[in-house]
Design a protein around this ligand. Structure first.
Ligand code: 13P
Ligand code: SF4
Length: 307
């Protein structure tokens, strides 16, 4: 009898499809994907994909980015309800109002945002390039940074400048406390602590490394450290263990689970391949403007990839 893995493999061939997965996806989803990566890696991969169908295992804003970059390809989400609460904290109307209060200020928009919000922005960023993207705007007096206030604070600290911030945040990362980092350090005295910049500044202060998920993956390939306490979504533990089986990875808190990232299952992937549902459709006028902001990010980042 055919297994779910056989079915996915066969349907992928029939549909000429690729499966992209974020590192926060369940382990079994990451294991059937053609590419597993962080938001930036996924945007870059989506921009160069050669397939008729992209099955995007992540949350809506990520699938929307892939759709914006691939207007002629079919992008489908295995679960259409997989959203991002942080992205929902800012609407395009709210951003238009904020822009009116700061005329002429460029808008840097974290990719964790809707296509409509991206369409109102100058340039996008991910957690891996936010500092570089804001720095590329030179000494613009006012810069609007939306929607994540903690990633914004991380950029402010790195560039020693103030930004006009929105009050959004990730409900999953905001659950971690500075005290929980201290407690975990006592239990694992030889460990280094890495946290995502979506954590609060107080948590970032307690960490040895503040890194995007992609940067975490890079670090463990070269480090001499043998134990890491990991302050980001649970799914990445699977990714990290595959990359560095000799390292012990301890999740900073059992509450580090993004429920939306966990909506994808193998059965839903098979159904998405079979039915082509649910397709992500962005109206062309919005997609065109959002593409300009995403492409601006890709150009700035690729101009000096290691800077
Ligand atoms: P990355 O940019 O590190 O992939 O993170 C995306 C995200 O949603 C973090 O919560
Ligand atoms: Fe959104 Fe947070 Fe989930 Fe990332 S972890 S997708 S920011 S809710």
């Amino acid at each position: 009898m055919a297994t779910i893995h056989d079915t996915i493999k066969e349907l992928k061939k029939q549909r000429n499809a690729v499966i992209l997965s974020h590192t926060y996806q369940p382990a079994e989803v990451q294991d059937v994907a053609d590419f597993v990566g962080d938001s930036y890696g996924l945007s870059k991969t989506a921009a160069g994909v050669d397939a008729d169908m992209i099955v995007f295992c992540g949350v809506r804003f990520m699938a929307e980015t892939a759709a914006v970059l691939n207007p002629d390809r079919k992008v489908v989400m295995p679960d259409k309800k997989a959203g991002c609460p942080m992205a929902d904290m800012l609407t395009a109307d709210q951003l238009r109002e904020l822009k009116k209060d700061h005329p002429g200020a460029p808008v840097v928009c974290y990719v964790n945002s809707s296509a409509e919000v991206k369409a109102e922005s100058t340039v996008c960023c991910t957690s891996s390039n936010a500092v570089k993207i804001v720095a590329s705007l030179g000494d613009a007096e006012d810069i609007i940074f939306v929607p994540d206030r903690y990633l914004g604070r991380f950029v402010e600290r790195n560039l020693h400048r103030e930004l006009i911030l929105w009050d959004g945040y990730c409900p999953t990362h905001a659950l971690i406390s500075a005290d929980s980092v201290k407690r975990m350090r006592e239990q694992h005295p030889d460990a280094e602590v890495m946290v995502h910049p979506e954590c609060t500044p107080e948590v970032q202060d307690q960490a040895d490394h503040v890194l995007s998920t992609g940067q975490m993956c890079d670090l463990v390939k070269t480090t001499a450290c043998r134990t890491f306490i990991v302050g980001t979504e649970k799914g990445i533990i699977h990714t990290l263990r595959k990359l560095a089986p000799h390292i012990e990875f301890v999740l900073l808190s059992p509450s580090l689970i993004c429920p939306n990232m966990k909506r994808t299952t193998l059965a839903k992937i098979a159904r998405a391949l079979e039915t082509g549902e649910t397709q992500v459709n962005i109206p062309p006028p919005i997609a065109d403007k959002a593409r300009t902001a995403i492409n601006a990010m890709l150009e700035i980042t690729e101009a000096s990839p290691n800077a």
